[in-house]
Design a protein around this ligand. Structure first.
Ligand SMILES: N[C@@H](CCC(=O)N[C@@H](CS)C(=O)NCC(=O)O)C(=O)O
Length: 213
């Protein structure tokens, strides 16, 4: 048995953890959770993660959920140079976590409005309004990110876990009009990120394509 087991759904936020595991080069195995078949809501999976969501990471210490917590745990254990996440007590770490927290708590929930408007109301007109306002906010956000992305990395001078997170989130934006991953500055950056061997390995294992389904 490997040190870690990642419970994932293809292309979902669990891909952030999957890519990081690949980048860190630690031994892990993956277990697909079929969201369409509602496997995540079944008793067996809920024993592992009572919240019924991916990702969940089985570790030698126990099961950990929440992307933000998992990223910190893995980096603190396996990134001694602080390449992906700088060491505790540094300004750089605080700034990277600021970016990661924005993605997890601000941008991800906007995509919930876009993909899952039926979670907000049974009324079709309310769902339409939720989706429409969510779409406007997402497009405004990605236009700002595109304008600001003038250097080699989204997160700043050095590539960090925030770049991995933004790559996964930006990929969801391929369903928006215009597609976020075709925006002027995001497209070449996204192409570079998804050409990284670790990213390719994770995407291939999940059966997802950078620009495709
Ligand atoms: N706050 C959680 C969010 C996890 C989450 O929403 N995961 C989605 C996939 S991206 C999921 O499992 N959705 C299934 C559902 O909510 O029914 C995190 O950042 O890890």
């Amino acid at each position: 048995m490997k040190m870690y087991t990642l419970y994932y759904s293809p292309g979902s936020c669990s891909l952030v953890v999957h890519v990081l595991l690949e980048e860190l080069g630690v031994p892990f195995e993956v277990q697909r959770v079929d969201l369409a078949a509602k496997e995540h809501l079944g008793d067996e999976y809920r024993k592992l993660n009572p919240k019924g969501k991916v990702p969940a990471l089985a570790t030698p210490d126990g099961v950990l959920t929440e992307c933000v917590a998992i990223l910190q745990y893995l980096c603190d254990k396996h990134d001694p140079q602080g390449k992906w996440l700088a060491k505790p007590g540094t300004w750089q770490r605080a700034k990277t976590l600021e970016q990661v927290a924005t993605l997890a708590t601000e941008v991800h929930p906007l995509f919930n409005r876009f993909f899952h408007a039926d979670d907000f109301s049974d009324a079709k007109d309310v769902q339409d309004a939720v989706k429409s306002r969510g779409t406007e906010k997402l497009l405004a956000y990605f236009r700002d990110q595109d304008a600001a992305l003038t250097g080699p990395n989204w997160s700043g001078e050095a590539m960090t876990v925030a770049d991995i997170y933004f790559m996964v989130i930006a990929r969801w934006g391929r369903w928006l009009e215009p597609s976020t991953i075709r925006m002027k500055n995001i497209e070449p950056w996204f192409g570079g990120m998804t050409s990284r061997p670790a990213v390719k390995r994770a995407m291939e294992r999940e059966g997802v394509k950078p620009f495709g389904a």
